[in-house]
Unconditional design. Structure first.
Length: 155
């Protein structure tokens, strides 16, 4: 860290503590050149995750859209809200951990479906029916058969 007084690049940390309710770290530093002290703050860089829509538009990622889709899929299922929220958190974390700054709605939908498949099969089928826009009952039947085939392989 460069000293704001003498511009030397070397300093040592004297004290560190959480600041801003744990969202940043306050560091008290001492310049090894001039001996003067100064304070720095360290925060996590939050680069927005952009979503590329089917029509090519780019919008800022909105976790609430995923959460709402999960809630609708799990409607009238005996699943605690905390578990649904935790699943939404897991999906968001996985999307952000890809280190990609732009992601397609298709990739998001596929990740949600992958997570729902292990989370709750009925919620998975509900989400798939909307996401894949089943045109007729045969598409719905094909998806159910695929799910049953995968389940037999696991068991």
């Amino acid at each position: 860290m460069r000293c704001p007084y003498c511009q030397q690049e070397d300093s040592r940390v004297i004290d560190s503590r959480a600041a801003d309710d744990g969202n940043s770290i306050r560091r008290r530093r001492e310049c090894t050149g001039c001996g003067r002290r100064f304070t720095t703050y360290e925060v996590v860089e939050k680069t927005p995750l952009m979503v590329i829509k089917n029509d090519g538009r780019r919008v800022v990622f909105d976790r609430d859209k995923i959460l709402n889709g999960l809630i609708r899929s799990c409607d009238k299922r005996d699943i605690p809200t905390e578990q649904i929220v935790a699943l939404a958190d897991e999906i968001e974390r996985e999307l952000r951990n890809t280190m990609e700054r732009e992601i397609t709605t298709k990739a998001i939908g596929e990740l949600v479906m992958e997570k729902l498949k292990d989370f709750d099969e009925v919620a998975y089928i509900r989400f798939a029916s909307v996401y894949r826009k089943f045109a007729d009952i045969s598409k719905f039947k094909d998806e159910l058969e695929e799910l049953l085939r995968e389940k037999r392989i696991k068991d």
